[in-house]
Design a protein around this ligand. Structure first.
Ligand SMILES: C[S@@+](CC[C@H](N)C(=O)[O-])C[C@H]1O[C@@H](n2cnc3c(N)ncnc32)[C@H](O)[C@@H]1O
Length: 208
């Protein structure tokens, strides 16, 4: 078992706290900018409690396959879209090649054990020309924010079940062979700068 998910905090309290934090209005408004762009067969890695479900467009989305090693339990209302849950890590997704039209990563790249392996798997499962939608927080772009991230990262990681504050989603995606169609890097709303540097956009597999 993943050490982060043991004990009362790892199994119950931590996931519940993260769920509440990830449902706050600032974060919901960030999700609402990308999730409605999903279409066809959607692979959502780190689906958690299904915080994105209310934001999918049921006219455009055929079905959602949610991958999460935490034994995801959806708490959100029925979105009207079929959802299949797979208990697995993003590093090894038990799905065939090129079977998804869209992949969705929201507030998950910071928490996966191996972001490079996870992005390689997403790349494999996404069909050529498919889109990866991202809404992540990560490396602060200002010196002050980065200093706070360095100070807080070890404690934050324990509190937030492995979340690494200073991962750089832009660099990770580029290294994994994705090319951004759009990417906005900004401080989101009133969240503290150490956590609120957001990377929101859409990427495709690069041809080169
Ligand atoms: C902060 S929560 C975000 C949940 C959801 N994506 C959202 O937007 O609210 C991080 C999620 O990543 C999941 N996770 C952790 N390690 C993972 C891995 N190796 N592969 C896939 N998901 C993982 C956790 O179980 C959790 O559901």
């Amino acid at each position: 078992m993943d050490a982060r998910r043991s004990g009362l905090y790892g199994r119950v309290i931590g996931p519940r706290l993260l769920d509440v934090a990830c449902g706050c209005s600032v974060i919901s408004s960030q999700r609402s900018r990308v999730v409605p762009l999903a279409e066809g067969v959607v692979l959502e890695v780190g689906i958690g409690s299904g915080a994105n479900l209310p934001f999918y467009d049921k006219v455009k989305v055929e079905r959602i396959i949610g991958v999460d090693p935490g034994g995801a339990k959806l708490r959100r209302e029925d979105s009207g879209i079929p959802v299949e849950l797979i208990d697995a890590g993003g590093e090894s997704i038990p799905l065939g090649d090129a079977m998804a039209d869209t992949a969705v990563l929201t507030y998950t790249l910071c928490s996966v054990g191996d972001p490079g392996a996870t992005l390689a798997e997403i790349r494999r499962v996404l069909r050529p020309g498919g889109t990866l939608l991202v809404c992540e927080h990560g490396l602060a772009r200002d010196v002050g924010g980065r200093r706070w991230q360095q100070r807080l990262k070890a404690g934050w990681s324990k509190l937030a079940l492995g979340c690494q504050l200073d991962r750089d989603p832009q660099a990770l995606l580029l290294n994994a062979g994705f090319k951004f169609k759009e990417l906005e890097i900004s401080i989101a709303g009133k969240l503290p700068a150490f956590v609120g540097t957001h990377y929101v956009g859409a990427a495709r597999v690069s041809d080169v």
